[in-house]
Design a protein around this ligand. Structure first.
Ligand code: ATP
Ligand code: MG
Length: 279
């Protein structure tokens, strides 16, 4: 693996419930994400995905164990701002992330707070908007944009900070299919440029597009592998209450009906090809 962008070592995060009982939101997570990876994190509601993501840019720190970003421990307060210049977060609701009345001002907000000179900010904003394909909206009011466009503006804000890792917590959950595709296409393009992408998603068709899928279930990491490694475990995923990509599910049902299909099918193309070979 390449140099780690994020490394957790036996990370646990606990809280106390109303009765004072200690509950694990995350339990003993040891995970290494290399620079330049594209990782999807999946898991049912309440499994701990957001809690994990919040450790990656120090919105939370471990109750026990450690989390490091680019070799810097998140529990050292001296590292917080340095870490946040590496890792930016995008959340589910596009409307909660916009702070300015004009797109380019919104993207400039982060670097302005860092005290970057204005010429440099201008260059960063125009570069960031170009990379998310939003240049023509630079002077627009963000409230007029679609959800997918707003999420791309949020991503541009992170690029303007020159972060090299973007963590997205269900960025497409509130978007229509067109917006979802726009955001995923943007993430793939940024990944090609070398940015590390970590996306939490409930859409298995998005998780299939990652290089690596991490499955969290009831506070614990249960699987970690390529989409093919993970999504061919249809029974285990279903037992956790998770969906699998439609093609993997259909292939499994057809196998149960006696069709001789390979175990490795996870995309519609692969299923189509395998069915054609049968006839
Ligand atoms: N400080 C806290 N106080 C009370 N409960 C908490 C606290 N932190 C986390 N939890 C609980 O920990 C569990 C994990 O929450 P988390 O938000 O990380 O799950 P998630 O996988 O992101 O779920 P979802 O898919 O619904 O977004 C949940 O049951 C949540 O209610
Ligand atoms: Mg969540």
């Amino acid at each position: 693996m390449t140099e780690p962008m994020i490394k957790t070592d036996h990370l646990s995060h606990t809280y106390e419930d109303e009765d004072g009982k200690v509950v694990y939101a995350l339990k003993d997570i040891s995970l290494e994400i290399g620079k330049g990876e594209f990782v999807a994190i999946i898991g049912t509601n309440g499994s701990g995905k957001s809690t994990l993501a919040k450790h990656f840019n120090v919105l939370l720190t471990p109750t026990s164990g450690t989390c490091e970003v680019c070799g810097m421990r998140t529990d050292d307060p001296a590292n917080i701002w340095k870490i946040r210049q590496h890792v930016g977060m995008v959340f589910q609701n596009p409307d909660n992330q916009i702070v300015a009345a004009v797109v380019e001002e919104d993207v400039a907000f982060g670097p302005e707070n860092l005290g970057i000179p204005s010429d440099e900010i201008k260059a960063r904003v125009s570069d960031a908007l170009r990379r998310v394909n939003m240049t023509i909206y630079a002077k627009h009011g963000p409230h007029l944009l679609s959800g997918g466009q707003k999420q791309r503006v949020a991503i541009a804000g992170i690029l303007a900070m020159q972060c090299d890792c973007i963590v997205l917590d269900e960025p497409t959950a509130m978007l229509d299919p067109v917006g979802r595709k726009e955001v995923m296409d943007t993430l793939h393009q940024l990944h090609d440029e070398g940015i590390t992408i970590i996306i939490i998603t409930h859409f298995m068709e998005e998780a299939v597009q990652a290089d690596r899928v991490v499955v969290v279930d009831r506070a614990e990491m249960k699987m970690d592998g390529t989409p093919r490694d993970v999504f061919t475990h249809v029974k285990e995923l279903k037992a956790m209450g998770l969906d699998v990509p439609v093609a993997a599910e259909l292939a499994e049902r057809l196998r149960q009906k006696g069709l001789d299909l390979p175990d490795s099918i996870i995309t519609e193309e692969e299923l189509g090809d395998a069915l054609c070979r049968l006839s």
